[in-house]
Write a protein of this length. Structure first.
Length: 256
């Protein structure tokens, strides 16, 4: 028996007493509760490589040889093919970057990570890092300082995402502290509380002058009244990036 059936029956009974278009109400309620199967979704679909490309394997018979792919690939098959192509472009770019930069004194390694290329550098002079940023097209607001010993710059070469890891660059933190209007140090990093910070989901967090009992800045998401500590936002949704728009914070002494 479908394990969803008892819950679906219970929901139908509760909704039958409603007013208006009861059938539509029940249908939407069941769909919202995840009790209806959407034929457009691909949950459970498994693809395997064949000489003709990617082809689906029925979940109940994954040990059976799949039929050759048809002339028109499904959306899932096309996504798999596109992913393969993106990974191949990343591998080619990594090989090219290795050839181009391996003689540079700062260069440590380069590798393809799925569809992304990761370049590792060891830099002890700020001027050298500025040169790499210019060469690779990294702008200041794309810098991520997730750890106190590495700075990550993000860019795109061609259509391949590239992450550049710069190790042993303490000057970056000194510069960040000098530029910050309201600096706060947490986990070895400098956060400017005068501007908002965008998390990995795209939401922006703002500081309005409130601190926890332990002295940790409290942030609110997109102006909402709920508060969350800077440490919690960094741990759960970090790294967080500063945004350019200044925030009018409440008056009070700076801490950090």
């Amino acid at each position: 028996m479908n394990k969803n059936l008892p819950q679906a029956i219970t929901m139908v009974r509760e909704l039958l007493a409603g007013d208006g278009d009861v059938a539509t109400t029940i249908g939407h309620a069941l769909d919202g509760a995840g009790l209806l199967v959407d034929p457009e979704r691909t949950f459970g679909t498994v693809l395997r490589r064949t000489p003709q490309g990617w082809a689906p394997v029925a979940p109940a018979a994954q040990h059976v040889e799949a039929e050759p792919a048809g002339p028109e690939p499904t959306e899932l098959e096309q996504q798999a093919t596109d992913w393969d192509a993106a990974c191949e472009r990343a591998r080619q770019l990594a090989d090219a970057a290795r050839t181009t930069y391996r003689s540079e004194p700062d260069f440590v390694s380069v590798r393809a990570d799925g569809d992304t290329v990761v370049i590792s550098l060891q830099i002890t002079e700020l001027s050298r890092w500025a040169g790499w940023m210019s060469t690779l097209g990294i702008v200041e607001h794309q810098l991520v300082t997730a750890l106190n010993y590495v700075v990550c710059g993000r860019t795109t070469i061609g259509d391949v995402p590239v992450s550049v890891l710069a190790y042993d660059l303490p000057e970056v933190q000194l510069v960040a502290q000098a530029k910050a209007r309201r600096p706060y140090r947490h986990g070895g990093l400098i956060y400017d509380l005068a501007v908002g910070h965008k998390d990995i989901t795209g939401d922006t967090w703002y500081f309005h002058g409130d601190y926890s009992a332990e002295g940790m800045p409290l942030l609110s998401k997109d102006g909402r009244p709920e508060r969350c500590s800077l440490a919690a936002v960094v741990d759960m949704l970090g790294p967080i990036l500063p945004v350019r728009e200044p925030v009018a914070a409440a008056q009070g002494g700076e801490r950090g």
